[in-house]
Design a protein around this ligand. Structure first.
Ligand code: HAM
Length: 433
């Protein structure tokens, strides 16, 4: 028990953390190129935010939230998704009062859902996402979708499919709901228990029933029942996407598991991921800001599942930069110079190099072996004799060449060697050879 993590959670150990960092830095860079500002919100929020935001009838609110009473007997919930929380921050932070649109993004934000864990589905997982507030224009929908596609392309992922649908506005959706009820009513005895329960309040959910997909296959499509304004919006989104060179397929089965969506909804799927193939989901939510107590404000966004993204990269064999070894390992020739070796390591770090030294009391031979295991580009041997002359022995690990170098010129000499070898310093990462 003590040595086992809770079901559905993962440790990210150093070997994996470098892959995460490589993906995160692509997302930061792409978001910056598009002019998005980073937002970080608390891990927990008042439960009501998600009940009202995500919707009482959704799987998330009905059965997946980690909800608890704190010591002040307030009901709090570990956030199951980011959008409602970002809307809250947008309102509370006064961003609604400034110039619009407000374009926000988040990276590797932990989310919590009590679901049955399997490959690609966890109880704690991480999302990167964007939320754009203050524009109802279809160009914003297209930009957001293009941004998601750009992130995947920058990482070298291929074989992705963008699936697009429109859920209309409250007006045309009400009429569509009636059509759906007419379709499902005579077939209800074949539907699963959840679907039968949702039939009256939210028949759209029957379209993405995970239990029986055949039932929904013959249902009328929302895109055939959009009002004129929603039709125009949907066509404009597609035409902007064409202009941006983003290919997508219209899929009337995309209804999304959260209640706040209006008009555009989309998912990016990776067929290599099996049952959990949805890498990214999002859409427009023009009513949510108002429903959470703000002024009427249109908005659109998406979230990418970080774990699934890393799984997809693995499935496609995309190699991400590996962490570089230290620039230099400082070895002590004997007990007498251990203190000097530590002081020299500290100095080299201050001078901007990544430097390590022995913390395990190893012999000189074992220290050199360890330097090799760490992938150090250089090793320095601090010996009493050289030290007396203000020098140390510097070894180029790849070439196996050694020379005496003055301590005052050491950092400069190592940095020059790193540049010549095309390596990195100061914790930067270099692509795998
Ligand atoms: P979502 O579809 O619930 O949407 O989640 C987005 C992505 O998070 C999914 O496509 C998937 O990659 C990942 N994901 C979801 N649940 C899990 C899980 N249990 N384990 C691992 N990965 C998971 C949202 O959360 C919306 N807030 C997206 C959004 C932003 N819509 C507008 N703005």
């Amino acid at each position: 028990m003590l040595t086992q993590r809770p079901r559905g959670t993962n440790d990210i150990l150093p070997g994996d953390a470098s892959r995460w960092r490589a993906v995160e830095s692509v997302i930061h860079r792409t978001a910056a190129r598009y002019g998005y500002g980073e937002v970080r919100t608390p891990l927990f929020e008042h439960t009501e935010l998600f009940q009202r935001g995500v919707g009482d009838d959704t799987d998330i609110v009905e059965k997946e939230m980690y909800t608890f009473l704190d010591r002040g007997r307030r009901s709090l919930t570990l956030r199951p998704e980011g959008t409602a929380a970002v809307v809250r921050a947008y309102l509370e932070g006064g961003l609604a009062a400034g110039s619009q649109p407000v374009k926000l993004y988040y990276v590797s934000s932990p989310m919590f859902r009590y679901d049955r864990p399997q490959a690609g589905r966890y109880r704690q997982f991480h999302q990167a996402g964007v939320e754009v507030f203050g524009t109802a224009e279809p160009s914003a929908d297209a930009e957001v979708i293009a941004l998601a596609v750009d992130i995947f392309a920058a990482l070298g992922l291929r074989g992705l499919e963008v699936r697009l649908n429109s859920l209309g506005c409250p007006a045309c959706r009400a009429a569509y709901r009636d059509r759906l009820r007419d379709y499902f009513r005579p077939r209800l005895d074949q539907a699963c228990e959840d679907c039968r329960r949702r039939f009256d309040r939210n028949p759209l959910r029957l379209l993405d029933c995970k239990v029986d997909r055949a039932l929904a296959a013959g249902a009328p499509a929302m895109t055939e029942h959009l009002c004129d304004d929603c039709t125009r919006h949907f066509r404009a989104v597609q035409s902007y996407l064409r202009a941006l060179g983003v290919r997508c397929a219209i899929d009337p089965g995309i209804v999304r598991g959260l209640d706040y969506y209006t008009r555009t909804v989309f998912e990016v799927v990776h067929p290599g991921l099996g049952a959990q193939s949805s890498l990214c989901g999002g859409g427009r939510y023009d009513g949510l800001v108002e429903a959470l107590g703000g002024p009427p404000t249109s908005a659109v966004g998406f979230a990418i599942g970080m774990e699934r993204l890393l799984l997809a990269l693995e499935a496609e064999g995309v190699t991400l930069p590996k962490p570089a070894g230290p620039d230099v390992f400082v070895a002590a020739a004997g007990e007498a110079t251990r203190g000097e070796a530590m002081a020299l390591t500290a100095r080299l770090r201050r001078e901007g190099l990544s430097a390590e030294t022995d913390l395990c009391g190893r012999s000189l031979k074992a220290q050199m072996k360890h330097a090799g295991r760490l992938g150090a580009a250089f090793a320095v041997v601090v010996g009493e004799e050289e030290l007396a002359r203000g020098a140390v022995v510097l070894r180029d690990m790849a070439r196996g060449e050694q020379e005496n170098v003055e301590i005052d010129r050491l950092a400069e000499r190592i940095a020059a060697g790193r540049v010549a070898a095309g390596g990195a310093s100061d914790g930067e990462e270099r692509p795998e050879a």
